[in-house]
Ligand binder design. Structure first.
Ligand SMILES: [Zn+2]
Length: 298
């Protein structure tokens, strides 16, 4: 009887553990010389796809190159594997897309492979907001400011720090409720304006903002849309961005630890009420920050 109960507990525990890890989708491909694994929280727009290439033949891989969605992937050596992180844009058409992988072995041999990867349908909700008209009707000066700030950010997202600076899972910068999800279609005063580039976290009162992971502060400032902001470079073209801050506690080039207080939330920039806006960028693409807190990335 006790044995039956303990095996029942074991089964329940296994189901529970499986349900935790089932969040992550995984596909495996293999040919005679190398194998490739692709993981994502889900295979859908706005997610981080992680590619892992390993040798099958006992040979040593010296380099891997590849392309997905007509974009070159950057592979990094991790042990005997090569890893690439790839942000799938929120606006991509759901379809099966080819991934092209080219592997160079130490013997001088080069092998290419093509693998079909799914990007499944994802429905993004609509959010209707009313903001100060000042933030919708731009003067030419404001338009100029917006353009300059946009170019500053584009240059930041292109920065490449080859080292992996982060450590383990990412954490939420504020432990509170998500008030606006990722990539919601935002309609201001009845007119479609933009897709939400990250998530909003409830922070009615000024709340300490924590670094989502280890990294180096790459930029702080005050922009038209985001108000006071901090950007942390986590290496390998992975960045976290914190906006609408009332105070900033760090400066450019500061090394930060995961969980370190970097700022205080507020209501600066284009905003309908105080909250923290949090964006994650991978290879210049916005991905759903929720996924990065739930899946292991290399
Ligand atoms: Zn936001």
């Amino acid at each position: 009887m006790t044995r039956k109960i303990s095996s029942l507990i074991y089964i329940i525990l296994m189901i529970y553990l499986f349900s935790i890890y089932a969040y992550s989708a995984e596909l495996n491909f293999s040919n005679s010389t190398f194998s490739m694994k692709c993981r994502a929280a889900e295979f859908r727009p706005g997610e981080l796809y992680i590619f892992e290439v390993r040798p099958n033949s006992g040979q040593k891989i010296v380099s891997v190159s590849g392309a997905f969605l007509e974009t070159a992937m950057e592979f990094y050596a991790v042990g005997d594997a090569f890893i690439a992180m790839f942000g799938v844009p929120a606006k991509i058409f759901p379809h099966k897309y080819d991934t092209l992988i080219n592997v160079k072995f130490d013997s001088g041999k080069e092998v290419s492979g093509s693998f079909e990867l799914p990007i499944r349908k994802r429905i993004f909700k609509l959010s209707r907001l009313n903001v100060d008209p000042l933030y919708l009707e731009y003067t030419s000066e404001t338009l100029q400011r917006i353009e300059v700030e946009k170019q500053v950010l584009i240059a930041i997202w292109k920065k490449t720090t080859p080292e992996k600076l982060w450590d383990g899972l990412f954490i939420y910068p504020i432990a509170s409720e998500i008030t606006l999800e990722f990539s919601i279609k935002r309609v201001f005063q009845g007119e479609f304006r933009s897709f939400h580039s990250g998530i909003d976290l409830r922070a009615k009162d000024p709340t300490e903002v924590l670094a989502a992971n280890k990294g180096v502060v790459v930029l702080t400032g005050d922009h038209f849309f985001s108000g006071n902001f901090v950007i942390i470079d986590h290496g390998r073209r992975l960045f976290s961005f914190y906006a609408h801050l009332s105070a900033i506690n760090v400066k450019e080039s500061d090394a930060v630890e995961k969980g370190q207080v970097i700022a205080v939330s507020g209501n600066t920039g284009r905003i309908t009420g105080p909250h923290l806006h949090w964006t994650i960028k991978v290879n210049s693409v916005n991905i759903d920050p929720v996924s990065i807190t739930e899946m292991k990335i290399y």
